[in-house]
Design a protein around this ligand. Sequence first.
Ligand SMILES: Cc1cc2nc3c(=O)[nH]c(=O)nc-3n(C[C@H](O)[C@H](O)[C@H](O)COP(=O)(O)OP(=O)(O)OC[C@H]3O[C@@H](n4cnc5c(N)ncnc54)[C@H](O)[C@@H]3O)c2cc1C
Length: 198
Amino acid sequence: MSADAGASSSKKPSLPPGMVLGPDGKPCKICTAFRHWKPPKQAPSPNTSPASSTQQKTTAMMAAFASGTGFSRRQEPDEPVRPADCPPDVEELGRATWTFLHTTAAYFPEKPTQAQRVNMLSLLRALPVLYPCSSCAQHLGENMKTRPPDVSGRAGLSPWLCEQHNEVNERLGKERFECTVEKLDERWKDGPSDGSCD
Ligand SMILES: Cc1cc2nc3c(=O)[nH]c(=O)nc-3n(C[C@H](O)[C@H](O)[C@H](O)COP(=O)(O)OP(=O)(O)OC[C@H]3O[C@@H](n4cnc5c(N)ncnc54)[C@H](O)[C@@H]3O)c2cc1C
């Protein structure tokens, strides 16, 4: 639960914004974005030249892009830049997991065999148990109880997953994605019709 997401913020008024607690009541590193875990750097000391500080940021940013982590949101000027080879935070783990899940759903057969359905169901049911971000896993588990996975075929699975992702997007104040098979295939399998990804 994060300081900006509800319950524990009222119980723990001193919790830094965005810091998420784990089930043990302690700060949960893999449930928290790096920029919320690591407090912003102090203003550069008089010994640090503005040029070298800018150079450090540029190098770290290039490392982030080179590692494929990139940035999908605008960085705040004083935001700490996460070195490329750090363990994942909640955002990097989330992007990688959504990439895997949406891509797997996009390539799921129209008419899966019984074994393919059973395995997909096992994969999805394992997430609320095994996903390392415990608060994410808990939300997902609750949502999966009210809306169980549709493993009848990719036409059911892709939009189902999209709605699960949208639930997280909404909770985090992000835009909803249009959950049509056409839009999902464009994003996760075929690329846009202008050929820019071919
Ligand atoms: C199961 C799960 C639960 C999570 N729960 C939390 C949580 O409780 N708290 C938290 O802070 N973070 C959570 N995350 C991480 C969060 O969803 C994001 O991955 C993370 O914030 C990084 O966001 P992003 O803006 O880079 O893009 P992401 O949300 O990771 O999306 C990656 C790309 O997917 C595409 N996309 C966006 N929405 C959809 C959609 N609905 N369907 C298909 N494609 C889409 C977009 O092109 C986007 O660029 C969770 C991740 C997972 C996998």
